[in-house]
Design a protein around this ligand. Structure first.
Ligand code: CDP
Length: 228
């Protein structure tokens, strides 16, 4: 599927993909779409509706049934956009440690991935979009014009996530975040369907020790856009 002006950004948990994507989108006047929120929304709905998340067919039913929507931010509480499931605002509920803990299991289910991938392709066809996830450059849009794979060490990523959760006033330790990130990395990279890995033609940026500004400049150069 050939898509006009779609920038795919993939990478592991808390590598700074969303922050980078948002800045690129603003700069180019593109739409920013974070596919992670969809897997998080399915996980939240499954936690509310299915007693056993090991039951793949029940979780897949939930993924096929719910209506996930993103809308411009309706509140100024640090959100980039509103995330809705069946009309209900779940923007912050999808960021809890419980969702973090279960999201990689739910996202490994083939039926869940199919449901989400179909929706992501429909959304991406609009073009002029920066789409962020784990498998955008490899599976969802393998013909994307530009692909970036953003990585950083688990320690650096845990530090960044720790600052984020502290800002939100949540009490979770750095060590717990690091453990959760490592576990998700493992599950996301080893799953059978659409594992986390750079596409062969992706440009890999290692953001360890780099400010977001430096990463943005590097990305804009790759995209062939003016950097200032
Ligand atoms: O923000 P963070 O990097 O922590 O994670 P996220 O992008 O919100 O994604 C949460 C989880 O959803 C990941 O750990 C993956 O298990 C899954 N995911 C996926 O499988 N495929 C995607 N395209 C996006 C997310």
């Amino acid at each position: 599927m050939s898509i006009i002006n779609l920038i795919a950004i993939d990478g592991p948990a808390a590598s700074g993909k969303s922050t980078l994507a948002e800045l690129i989108a603003k700069k180019l006047n593109y739409f920013f779409f974070d596919t992670g929120v969809m897997y998080r929304a399915v996980t939240l709905a499954a936690l509310d509706n299915v007693t056993d998340l090991d039951n793949e067919s029940l979780v897949t039913e939930v993924a096929n049934r719910i209506q996930i929507d993103v809308q411009p931010a309706s509140k100024q509480d640090g959100r980039v956009m509103d995330i809705l499931v069946d009309g209900k605002d779940i923007t912050w509920q999808i960021r809890t440690p419980e969702v973090d803990h279960n999201v990689s299991k739910v996202s490994a289910y083939a039926g869940v991935r199919k449901a989400m991938t179909d929706q992501q392709r429909r959304i991406g066809e609009r073009g002029n979009m920066v789409m962020v996830g784990r498998d955008i450059g490899t599976v969802v849009f393998p013909d994307a014009k530009h692909k970036i794979y953003l990585e950083a060490s688990p320690e650096e990523r845990a530090r960044r996530r720790y600052v984020e959760v502290q800002k939100r006033g949540e009490s979770i330790s750095y060590e717990d975040i690091l453990t959760s990130i490592r576990k998700r990395d493992d599950l996301d990279s080893s799953r059978a369907v659409a594992p986390l890995k750079p596409a062969d033609d992706a440009y890999v940026i290692d953001s360890d020790g780099k400010t977001i500004d430096v990463v943005l400049q590097e990305a804009l150069q790759i995209l062939g856009k003016p950097v200032s």
